[in-house]
Design a protein around this ligand. Sequence first.
Ligand SMILES: Nc1ncnc2c1ncn2[C@@H]1O[C@H](COP(=O)(O)OP(=O)(O)OP(=O)(O)O)[C@@H](O)[C@H]1O
Length: 262
Amino acid sequence: MSDRALAAIDGVTRAYGGVPVLDEVSLSVGTGVTAVVGPNGSGKSTLLGVLAGAVEPTEGTVSYPDGAPREGGEKRVGYLPQQVPFRDGFTARETLGFYAALVDGDADAALAAVGLSDAADKRVEALSGGMRRLLGIAQATLGDPAVVVLDEPTSGLDPEMRERAFRAAARAGDDAAVVVSSHDLELVDAHADAVVVLRRGRVAAAGPRERLLDEHEVDDVDGLYRAVASGSADRPTTPDGESDAGGETDDESVHVVGVSDR
Ligand SMILES: Nc1ncnc2c1ncn2[C@@H]1O[C@H](COP(=O)(O)OP(=O)(O)OP(=O)(O)O)[C@@H](O)[C@H]1O
């Protein structure tokens, strides 16, 4: 884990129909696993979409201090969206081979990294839901992008598959900034270096996991979540219907990974 920012968003607001679902969010991420947690509808997928370059902010900027996405043909951001759009009729290896050709990646190495070598010749429609998620993680990490964005990689998976998914994310985090949204607070506790807690589209808490637990005098991420985010599964109904997200970091720039805040 290093202190170097590999992706940063600054003053990002994303509104739908005039209602902000992300509200003036600023943060930066470095190597390691950063978990984004928060109630349903708090803006996790939107934040991850912005980080991945798939969702355009209404206001604010997203930048990759280490180089723009796909600059010079190099893949800088890998993205696993919530719905994995693999096309039926192709095997796992053929599917990854297609993406690998785009980014000069190694399909077999990526399959091995998520434990899918034995399923390489299975057609994607014959894979279990869990295997498809793992294939999605493999796709997102192909070509060693500097930033890997995984939107709920463990949703619908059994405990063993969830553990595999997070272990694969953690391995990718050795060299990349891996940003993972999850409702699985135990796995976040076990694998995340840094945590961002969203509440009603704002950052309620963010920083290195250990530091946040100390600051909030809680034992684990579940305790942190209860302290800063619980009871907030609704959304503001007007653009200014929410004035206090209850977090101490609103409106501040947050550096979530590393030794020091900047
Ligand atoms: N394309 C869209 N059009 C309109 N509203 C949207 C759109 N995408 C997201 N929203 C709204 O933005 C809010 C935040 O959604 P988002 O999916 O980012 O939350 P989330 O924290 O990822 O939720 P979950 O945990 O349920 O996946 C929700 O109220 C959602 O209805």
